[in-house]
Ligand binder design. Structure first.
Ligand code: CTP
Length: 428
């Protein structure tokens, strides 16, 4: 049951990613290699996502792969004839392995069978795909390998040895999933889902200005309970914070995302901590801030909470009078962290957000001073909550930088680059 739910979420995630990642790989040339495995059906979906993301895809299949899925399908999805043989006469110089490996910005083998990984480990060149991997220029054509196999084959010392060997030889080995396998057994060795493969590839190809950084992000609204069934919250969707967490991970950082109640999938490779109230968010964020090097506060934290949350549902008492609610102020997480010794000494770089309804620049400058942060990103709350796009005004000691309206993913990337440029270490 759990596995089925996992698969359903994965499909959903892949669907979400489909719309989300359009144009992310524009201009990139990806060589997609398929070897023999039931997971070949996922490679068909992956190919579709790659083309939707703007990549030019050249498919190469081994003889075994053709037993699982036909080159016809892969040609239709990639829009290009598939290569299956090293003797393919289409190449003028009859050197398909040389041409193909020099025309690729990255080679992704998905699925990569245990046998194929063994071939790579030994530097064999039995078929076109293994041959072109061997012939690839190591620096110009990185090789990503998405293993797919039965759990016993995965766990076998020979496979694990081969994986270590190909990683040492420069291949980037992607993780495997855990779950129900085509053979009916359950365990490790499932190939990643198509949407996950795409996210891994995009992250792999991204510049890494935040390598070695630990980024802490708060995102979404908080929920302040009135009684067990009611509470006060706001319309923040968490999308901007989640996009920033993803962009920071793509940029090479270790990322912890403290999320209020939202229904967004966790970006790959990001550690997520779910919280409810502002007090919960405060406690989790303060703990993580001990080790973070960058703190980005995008959460729309409730400014006040009911002074007393009733233990039982508050009932109408028949008098026609609504209950009176008293409020107390919540801690200001950003201001508190910005005042901490680590932030003051420059070990923790703090970035605030400002959701305003008018006078964006004046309010942003005042808020930056009040919060004591080096950088503040201001946006118009009503024009961004729940949307997939946004526009930001960055305010720091040097002045104002405008990031014009774009998708939250694109803005998140730009913001991450702006933060990386401002880090004290980067200036040294
Ligand atoms: N913030 C926070 N903790 C709070 C309130 C706000 O960490 N209790 C952070 C937000 O995550 C954001 C910044 O402070 O990065 C500004 O939040 P915003 O709601 O725009 O401002 P407020 O401080 O609440 O001020 P006001 O509502 O008066 O505009």
């Amino acid at each position: 049951m759990h596995e089925r739910r996992h698969a359903a979420f994965a499909t959903l995630r892949a669907m979400i990613t489909t719309n989300d990642l359009a144009g992310e790989l524009t201009g990139r040339r990806i060589l997609l290699g398929l070897t023999g495995g039931v997971a070949a059906f996922k490679a068909a979906e992956f190919c579709r996502l790659l083309t939707q993301a703007g990549a030019t895809v050249q498919v190469v299949m081994t003889e075994a792969a053709c037993q699982f899925i036909t080159p016809v399908t892969m040609q239709a999805l990639s829009g290009r004839p598939v290569y299956t043989s090293q003797w393919d006469a289409r190449a003028d110089n009859n050197m398909a392995h040389i041409n193909l490996s020099r025309e690729a910005d990255a080679i992704v083998v998905a699925p990569a069978s245990a046998d194929f990984i063994a071939q790579l480990a030994q530097g064999r060149a039995d078929e076109l795909l293994a041959l072109l991997c061997l012939a690839r220029p190591l620096a110009a054509a990185p090789l990503l390998v998405a293993p797919a196999m039965n759990r016993e084959m995965w766990a076998h010392p020979a496979t694990q040895r081969n994986l270590r060997q190909i990683a040492a030889d420069g291949a980037h080995v992607l993780p495997v999933g855990h779950g129900e396998q085509a053979c009916g057994e359950t365990g490790n060795g499932r190939m990643l889902e198509a949407g996950e493969l795409l996210e891994e590839l995009i992250a792999f190809l991204s510049p890494k200005p935040l390598l070695g950084q630990h980024v802490l992000v708060t995102a979404g609204p908080t929920f302040e309970a009135i009684d067990p069934v009611r509470g006060i919250t706001n319309r923040s969707s968490g999308k901007m914070g989640f996009a920033i967490a993803r962009a920071a991970r793509e940029a090479g950082a270790d990322v912890t995302l403290i999320a209020g109640p939202v229904t967004l999938p966790t970006p790959r490779g990001v550690l997520r901590v779910d919280v409810g109230s502002a007090l919960d968010m405060h406690a989790s964020t303060m703990a993580e801030a001990q080790t973070a090097t960058i703190f980005i506060a995008t959460a729309a934290v409730a400014d006040w909470r009911p002074a007393h949350a009733a233990g039982q549902k508050i009932k109408k008492d028949g008098s026609g009078q609504p209950p009176s609610l008293a409020f107390v102020e919540n801690p200001d997480i950003l201001a508190e962290i910005a005042r901490s010794p680590r932030a003051r000494s420059g070990d923790l770089y703090c970035v605030g957000f400002a959701a305003e309804s008018e006078d964006l620049l004046a309010n942003a400058q005042a808020k930056r001073a009040r919060k004591g942060v080096p950088l503040l990103a201001a946006n118009l709350g009503p024009a961004t909550f729940g949307r997939n796009d946004n526009a930001l005004l960055l305010v720091d000691a040097q002045g104002v930088t405008e990031l014009p309206r774009a998708s939250k993913r694109a803005l998140a990337r730009q913001l991450v680059a702006e933060i990386a440029r401002r880090l004290p270490r980067a200036e040294a």
